[in-house]
Structure formats: C-alpha cells, structure tokens
Design a protein around this ligand. Structure first.
Ligand SMILES: NC(=O)C1=CN([C@@H]2O[C@H](COP(=O)(O)OP(=O)(O)OC[C@H]3O[C@@H](n4cnc5c(N)ncnc54)[C@H](O)[C@@H]3O)[C@@H](O)[C@H]2O)[C@H](O)CC1
Ligand SMILES: [K+]
Length: 481
C-alpha cells in the first residue's frame, strides 16, 4: 500500500531532516530531480532539450526555490530558462542567485503573457505544501496564457494540498514531481496532478506511519480470493444478497451478478426478484425471503429493497445474523432515518456503509464537505462501521481511523446501478473473510478498473461495468495494469 502523509506531517519530517542536512542540500536534491523530469518532458513534447524554452512561475516560498534551482540545472543543458517572479522581493534568494549565475533570465510580470505563451514547458513553482485558500489573483492571472505542457512542483498550485479541493483557478499539470512522500492531493486530485513522479530526498525515515493509504494493484491482487485445490463452493464464503423488489428487480440482478463474478463462492439471493435473478444467474440460490435463505458468511442488503417497513424488517433480520453486512442504498436511508435498526446488530459484527454524498448527508446531517477523508472518518466513528464514501475519489475509512483513497480512472462509474455492482463486490469479499476495510477498498479498486475497461473512453452502464469485472480481475494479475 502506498503511504500518504498530510502536509503537517511532511513539514515536521522535513524540519527534522533539515536539521541534520547541510543548508540547501534538500532543496537541491529536490530541484535536481525536478530538472530531470523537466528535461524528459521537453524531449517527449518537442523532441529535444537543448535550445528549448522553459518558463518558471515563481511564488514566494521554497516551492519557488525548487523551481529556480531546477532552472539553474536546466541551464547546464542549454535550455533557455526565464523566471516570472510573483513577488520579486520575496523570491527564494539562493535559488534566484543560482538561476542568474547560470544565465537564466528574470522577466517582468508585465511581459509574462508572451514568456508563458512561447514556452515549450511551464514549471509551476507558485505554491506548494504551504498553500492556503484559493490561488491568489496575481498567480491565477498567469494561468490563462499557458498553452504548453505544465510541470507542477510538489503539487499543482490552486489545489488544496490536504483535501484535493479546487476552489477556483488552479494549475492542471501534465506531470507533478513531488518530494519525499505523496500528499493527499496526489491521490484525491489526480486530474489536477497528471502523471505523478516521486523524488526521494531521504524523507521516508523521518515520516512514521502514513495518515492515509492508497491500494496499489499488487495489494488488490494479493487480497482478492482465488480458488485453490482444497476449495469448494462453500469454502470461499457464501454471500447473501437481499436486494431488489418485484417492481425493481434490476438492483438485485446487478448486485447478485457482481457477487457471482467476484469470487467462486456461492451466492444466495433473497427477495421478491427471485425469478428474475434466477433467470439471469442460474448459479444463484434464490429464495423469496431472507428468513429462509440459509446460512451465509456475509450479507449485502439495501439496493432496491425500498425504505418502508418491509425493507426495515429485512435490514433488521440481516443485521441480527452475526455476519458482516454491507448496507447500501435504501438500507443506508433506513439506518439514517431509524438508527435504532442497528440495535439488532451484534456489536462485533462488521458493518460496511457505502453512501454517496446524498446518503452521507442523511447519515450525518451535513454533506461531506471539502475534506472527504475527515468526513468518512467521522461517519465511521459515529456508526462504528467501515464507510466507503463514494465520489470521484472514493474514500474508505474504518472506525479505528484507517483510511484509504481509491484514485479514480475517469468518471465512468457515475451511472445508474453502478453502486449495486459495487455492493455485490464488497459482499463477496466480506464473505471470503477479508478485513472489511480492505474488502471495501479492494472492491472499489476493481469497480473503478471495471468501469474504465467497460467504458474504453465512452460512457458505459452498470451492466457494462458488471460485464467487465472478470477482465478487471484478470488485469490485476497482468504487470501492465
Ligand atoms: N523544506 C525544504 O527544504 C523542502 C521544501 N520543499 C519545497 O518547499 C515547499 C514548501 O515551501 P514553503 O516555503 O513552506 O511554502 P510554499 O512555497 O508552499 O508557499 C509559500 C508562499 O506561497 C504563498 N501562498 C500561500 N497560499 C497561496 C495561494 N493559495 N495562492 C498563491 N500563493 C499562496 C504564501 O505567500 C506563502 O508564503 C514544498 O511544497 C516543496 O516544493 C522541497 O520539498 C524540498 C525540501
Ligand atoms: K506548485
């Protein structure tokens, strides 16, 4: 799992490292790595490095210092480097001196439009981990002239480093070179960061436990159950799916289908859509009611069950079975409306809630807000449940404080029924015995992989996503993914 640290932790670690590192050494290490990526981008986009034009946008802190030093390193490769200083009197002194010594130019801000327009590469050294609030107007004004590829220093300016929130004009980088460790912005705002490169500046030993994590494909591949020689249909876990109704069988078909495709475990369905589910998935043992569904190792409950008394009784029954439960869709609304339904739950029974922003608001009384990690963590504590907060970047928080971010692959999942597929995937992994937090994270990872595969660049549907689950699982095992 990739570790992610908040800016506060990064700054504290950098201070500890700075105390034992020769003055300016850390910055030069960072800046040299930055210059290598800048040269790479020049070669990629223009076919050459020497003689190419790079324009540096320089803020008043060390982020600008990194960019200035990188400009000085690029001068060694005969790159024409020009710096636009937003606050000349506050630009990083040693970095500016290094750029000037190397033959780099400082151009006045009034001439910035042409220096930005004619650049082969723009380097965003406006602001880094000390960013506060929206991008300041003088900095924002520069962005409108950018037409070349953009390389962001540490993080794209104008994006909140700890929440990934964008409240106004912001840099949209083709590549972000960050230093020492990933910050939350790198997982929460992938579209603003572009390709992310991490330059090691020796910070890791100072960092300690991460604040956030991101599952990489290898983690999901290792976690995902595959049948072994001693397995049978029961040993991989039997999952029950209580979803759908006679009028809305679709949610049941999607959730049960996702459970069928997720693992080799047996899937039981219970509800009024039994005939339709049986027709789509002959391998599913379908019954008309949860009370005669037979033993399962986990339940998925909620999609399409309705929020009336019958739905509440189904939810209460399932919560009382003493097995992990993934409560989705209508079940979330029932819990928000009548939290006493949770009294049926044995306190040790793991519960996974999978709200989208609207369901989150019903659960918590207010929308998730800009800091979606904090929001998911507060809901996890309140309900003593794993909370998978859906969104462009899905966040999964556990009651013990663990949190992970699933970096999206586009926005293909925003389609009706997509959540039903996700809940089926979660339920199958819970039945297979995965840690509920890991089960939710792995399911979200495969769900977004399947979405991207199903879409192939054009809008898709929940059935398309469901159909792509096997390919998504296969891609976990192919090195390219
Ligand atoms: N510590 C090190 O040796 C290393 C630091 N690295 C780089 O340093 C930056 C963090 O630098 P810092 O001086 O703390 O602040 P910033 O450069 O991020 O910002 C400073 C400056 O920006 C202005 N500002 C704040 N908010 C905004 C905004 N919304 N819009 C515009 N301008 C804003 C404010 O005036 C601040 O004074 C870090 O990101 C790295 O790039 C390297 O990691 C190497 C080691
Ligand atoms: K930046």
């Amino acid at each position: 799992m990739q570790g992610i640290w908040t800016t506060e932790r990064i700054r504290a670690a950098e201070d500890r490292l700075l105390a034992v590192t020769p003055d300016g050494e850390l910055m030069r290490r960072a800046a040299f790595g930055l210059s290598v990526h800048a040269a790479e981008m020049l070669a990629e986009h223009t076919g050459s490095v020497s003689g190419r034009r790079v324009t540096l946008l320089i803020g008043s802190g060390n982020n600008g210092g990194d960019a200035l030093w990188a400009g000085a390193f690029l001068r060694r490769r005969n790159v024409a480097v020009s710096a636009i200083l937003l606050k000349p009197e506050r630009a990083h002194g040693p970095g500016l001196a290094a750029l000037k010594r190397s033959g780099g130019k400082v151009v006045s801000i009034k001439d910035s439009p042409q220096w930005i327009r004619r650049a082969d590469l723009v380097v965003d050294g406006i602001v880094g981990i000390s960013a506060r609030g929206p991008l300041r107007p003088d900095a924002a004004a520069l962005l409108e002239y950018v037409s070349s590829p953009v390389l962001a220093v540490d993080l794209p300016s104008g994006v909140d480093p700890d929440t990934g929130a964008v409240e106004g004009p912001a840099v949209a980088a083709d590549r972000t070179v960050t230093f020492g460790a990933l910050k939350p912005v790198h997982a929460l705002a992938p579209a603003s960061c572009g390709e992310i490169a991490l330059v090691d500046i020796g910070l890791r030993p100072e960092l300690g436990e991460p604040d956030l994590r991101r599952l990489d494909t290898a983690d999901v591949a290792a976690a995902w159950p595959t049948p072994g020689p001693d397995d049978d249909k029961y040993s991989q876990g039997v999952v029950g799916v209580a979803a759908g109704s006679a009028t809305y069988p679709g949610a049941a078909v999607l959730a049960a289908g996702a459970a069928v495709r997720a693992t080799s475990g047996l899937v039981r369905y219970a509800g009024h859509a039994a005939d339709v589910v049986r027709g789509h998935w002959p391998e599913v043992i379908a019954t008309g009611s949860v009370t005669d569904a037979g033993r399962v190792q986990a339940w998925v409950v909620g999609p399409g069950i309705g929020t009336g008394n019958e739905g509440r009784d189904v939810l209460r029954f399932v919560l009382g079975r003493g097995v992990p439960v993934c409560a989705d869709a209508d079940a979330t609304t029932i819990i928000a409306r009548s939290p006493d339904v949770l009294d049926a739950r044995d306190p040790d029974t793991p519960l996974v809630l999978t709200p989208h922003a609207g369901e989150f608001e019903r659960l918590m009384g207010s929308p998730p807000g800009a800091d979606r990690v904090a929001a998911a963590r507060s809901a996890a504590r309140k309900y003593d449940a794993v909370v998978l907060l859906k969104g462009h970047c899905t966040v999964v928080a556990a009651p013990d404080g663990r949190a992970l971010v699933n970096t999206p692959r586009g926005s293909w999942l925003a389609t009706a029924g997509s959540g039903d597929v996700l809940s089926g995937l979660v339920g199958a992994l819970l039945a297979a015995g995965l840690d509920p937090w890991l089960a939710a994270g792995a399911a979200a990872h495969v769900h977004s992989l399947a979405g991207a595969l199903a879409a192939g660049g054009v809008p898709t549907s929940a059935s398309g996503i469901l159909g792509a689950v096997p390919d998504a699982l296969r891609s976990l095992r192919s090195p390219a993914s």
